[in-house]
Design a protein around this ligand. Structure first.
Ligand SMILES: Cc1cc2nc3c(=O)[nH]c(=O)nc-3n(C[C@H](O)[C@H](O)[C@H](O)COP(=O)(O)O)c2cc1C
Length: 360
């Protein structure tokens, strides 16, 4: 893993776009998710798809500026293209952190205007900022000034008491006037009081037509749709009206879905033949993380969904859950868990494509 910017730049991969000045493709991306899109999950995701744009968990500007910056920005060049998501609203701090994103080799810097948690609301972070479009515009302008990286915004279609189409347009227009051209839109409002962050991902109804209408109204902007998307069929439907799809929970709980993305959306070969091959090619990385002192459970929890829906998948999960937390647990736990699942005999590409496409 790379922990300094020099090594990071040097380690740019063939498919990565970090610091090359090229825009990463946002046709298919995995959403930023706290505690889920960690470097360990992202490493697995990248083994399954070369082209999917990955996002970090949100990091607040305060944590980056006053905390252990290198730890928060730690990633492996193999993860590129990789966007850093920031939480914050102070323009000078956002600018400083956007500069850090560039120095550390990220491909994009994204501002979180969608998280509804109380904790972040108190610090003027996340969805509450939808009520302050001028503040977001000021922050975005400062970020754009500070970095060559693309600066994008992830937001909701509104917040309670600010739910009208006109208010959404006001938000988009102000932020676009500050120079942002890419908006990632979670197609439901956030309710800032009375609903937990988890409920806020399910309770307010999805309004995909609002996101399609944004693209129609502002054809010069890049509009990415997010929220409740599970299958490639749904992705194709959304891609008729928007520029890209972002998947969160489905990509985490069922990571093998990603193995079909390169052929389905980027007209290129899937990078791995089977789940078994993907997991085995992760062994050197797991081993080096263990040697660095990382606890096996912190890595293995992101592998639990790999055999989702497959015969033996449940035993794989159970074996890891029962053994990965034991003192001294190492790679042999993963190897033994893999033995619980029968290896497919059919040609690689068929397995990748059919399994990903057959998701319910
Ligand atoms: C565990 C978890 C953590 C999340 N953390 C973040 C975050 O850090 N930043 C953010 O913008 N959204 C966060 N989200 C919201 C997702 O990015 C996404 O917008 C939401 O889950 C809807 O997409 P989905 O239905 O495809 O999951 C999180 C979602 C989950 C499930």
């Amino acid at each position: 893993m790379v922990i300094n910017s020099t090594a990071n730049r040097a380690g740019n991969t063939a498919t990565g776009t970090a610091n090359t000045g090229l825009e990463p493709s946002r046709r298919f991306s995995v959403a930023p998710m706290m505690d889920w899109t960690t470097p360990h999950y992202r490493y697995l995701a990248r083994l399954l798809s070369r082209h999917t744009l990955l996002y970090t968990e949100m990091v607040t500007t305060g944590a980056l500026i006053h905390g252990d910056t290198e730890r928060f920005l730690r990633h492996d060049p193999a993860e590129y293209p990789l966007a850093l998501q920031l939480g914050g609203s102070d323009a000078a701090e956002l600018a400083h952190c956007a500069r850090l994103a560039e120095q550390f080799g990220f491909s994009e810097v994204n501002l979180n205007v969608g998280c509804p948690s109380d904790r972040v609301q108190n610090n003027m972070i996340g969805a509450c900022l939808m009520g302050h479009p001028d503040k977001v515009a000021e922050g975005v302008a400062a970020m754009i000034e500070a970095t060559h990286l693309p600066v994008t915004v992830k937001h909701r279609i509104g917040i309670n008491d600010r739910e009208s189409w006109e208010e959404l347009c006001e938000f988009i227009e102000k932020v676009a006037a500050a120079g942002c051209r890419t908006f990632i839109v979670h197609a439901r409002i956030a309710v800032l009081e009375g609903l937990s962050p988890k409920e806020n991902r399910d309770v307010p109804p999805l309004k995909y037509d609002w996101v399609y209408r944004l693209k129609q109204t502002y054809p010069h902007l890049e509009i990415i749709i997010n929220g409740g998307i599970k299958t490639f069929e749904e992705c194709h439907q959304h891609l008729k009206y928007t520029d890209g799809v972002m998947l969160g929970r489905e990509a985490y709980h069922n990571p093998w879905l990603l193995a079909g993305v390169d052929s389905e959306f980027f007209d290129s070969e899937p990078p791995v033949a089977s789940r078994h091959e993907a997991l085995r090619s992760m062994y050197p990385f797991i081993q080096s993380e263990l040697e660095r002192g990382v606890f096996l459970g912190h890595i293995s929890r992101h592998l639990l969904g790999l055999f989702h829906g497959m015969p033996g998948g449940r035993q794989f999960r159970r074996y890891i859950s029962e053994n990965a937390h034991k003192p001294g647990a190492g790679l042999e736990v993963i190897q033994a868990a893999l033995e619980k699942v029968q290896e497919p005999k059919e040609p690689a590409q068929t397995e990748a494509t059919t399994s990903a496409l057959s998701q319910p």
